[in-house]
Every structure is written in structure tokens, then in C-alpha cells.
Design a binder for this molecule. Sequence first.
Ligand SMILES: [Zn+2]
Length: 312
Amino acid sequence: MDRRQFINDSTKSLTGLYLASLAISSCSKKTSFDMLHAIPETSPYKMKHLRGSVGYFSEKGGTIGWMIDGKNTVIVDTQFPEQATNLMKECQKLSDEKIEYVFNTHHHGDHTSGNVSLKAFTQHFVAHENSIANQKRAAAQKNELDKIVLPEISFKDGYQVKVGKETITCKYFGPAHTNGDSVVHFEHSNVVHMGDLVFNRRFPYIDKASGANIQSWISVNESILKHYDDETIFICGHAAADYQVVIGKEDIRAKINYLERLLEFGNKCIAAGRTAEEVKNSTTVIPGAEQWKGDGIGRSIDAVYLELTSGK
Ligand SMILES: [Zn+2]
């Protein structure tokens, strides 16, 4: 049985158990993930239950994670205002009109712009201190500080909170896709939202202006493989058309391989005296990581040149 099949099967059986437990639980108000099946195929968004009380929402931008237990709602990342409004409509079918916590895995607009739509319902917004600083800086550059909602709770190494049955633990592993990426673990359901630390088989954005570091990103993803167990379900921010945003450890390993091959390729090109422009114009895949496709290879080439030539 391959990993994806295992996740599918275990998700199905655990979903069954969970729904059975909800039926006899007096504390659940109206949570029934069965209602999610009523969302038509033509809907612009997907709202999927994964395991326990946790699932994901996707429409446009970085995948949103959610925990809904009938009494409490917790959201991870918020896409854009319109998408966050759609998310809220679905959440209200399953729970009360309030959100205990919104976590932002990092500052990028496709993960935080929807904060404004959730503000009226949300008690607390949480993010890593560098994510908040980056969000502020990016908004100030566009003269849009008055249009954003910044988290009021920040942390440096980690943050933990208990909501209903869930213990939610955020952890900072170091610079990677930016210098402020955190990983959010719903421990009871054993589901992790890892933000943009994996672009599944899609060329990643490596945000050097916000402190991204390819070498450190490899170590961060290796630490994640060690820190979470083999039953953990991981949600990532983005995936190529034929791939999923719900991933397993083999997909994280594949991402590490992409970053390692990118550094190797960058070193070879620089040693051969090739310019970044020349390499960008003649390269469609990174040798040894051919599964990574689509637009945006130029961003990887620029980032690896900057890191290897300036040490930044
Ligand atoms: Zn991002």
C-alpha cells in the first residue's frame, strides 16, 4: 500500500469513527462533516475533512487548514478576502459564528489577505514575529498598512494553545521559504499545516527579500521529518495541477531533493561561468528533480545565484 493510499484509507476509517462519536456526543452542536458532501462539484472551492476535527479549504492562494469541533473553530491561513468569506460560510454551517484562533504560517498575501474578512469573528490572530514584521514591511511598501490585519500574538520559537480536545502547537524551525515560516500541529488529530515549506512538485517561491535560505530550508524540512511521526498528515500551501496539497513524508523528502539538486545545479553553472540570465533562458527543469515543472523556474535560479554568490 503506498503512502497516499494509506492516508486515504486511514482518513476514511477514522472519519467513520469520528462521525460515530459525534452522533453520541452531547457537546457537539451541529458539526457533521457529512454536510460538506453537499458542496457541488462546480463550487469554486473545496472544503475537505481529513481526520479528527481537522480539514482543509482551497480556492485561490495558499491552502487553508481548519479545526471545527462543533464548539470551537481554528483557522490556519486565510487566502484572500473573498475566499475567506467563502470559508466562513462553510464554517458557519458546522459551528458557531466565532473563531478562537487564526494562525498565519507566514506573511505572503495569499496566506494573510483574508485576515480582514475574518477579523469580526476572530478572538486571536497568531504568527511568528518575523512573519508579522514581513507583513508590516510589505504593506508599508505598498502604502497599505491600513488595509491589513496583523496578528497581535507573536512568538519566537514556539506557541501552544489548547482548544477543545486539540492541543495546537506552532513551531519555528528556522529560515526557509521566508525567515518567518511556522508549522502548525493539531496534535489530537495529528494533522500538520506546513504553509509553503512544500510546494508539491511545483517550482517554489524562494523569497530572498524576506530572508529565505535554500540551505537552511533543507535543514528545516529534515527537522520536520524527524519531529512529526509517520502517521502525521501534512497540508502544504501549493501543489502542481496533478498533485495534492495533502502530502506525506515522501513528498517532503522529494522537496528536500529538489532544493539539494537546485544548489548542486547552481554551483555547477556558476563554476562554468554561466550567468543567471543565460541559465534561466535555457533551463526548463532542474537536473535530478525533473518532477518539478510549470512556471517559475527563474525564481529558483535567481535565488540560488544570489545565495551562492552573495552568501545571502
Ligand atoms: Zn508563501
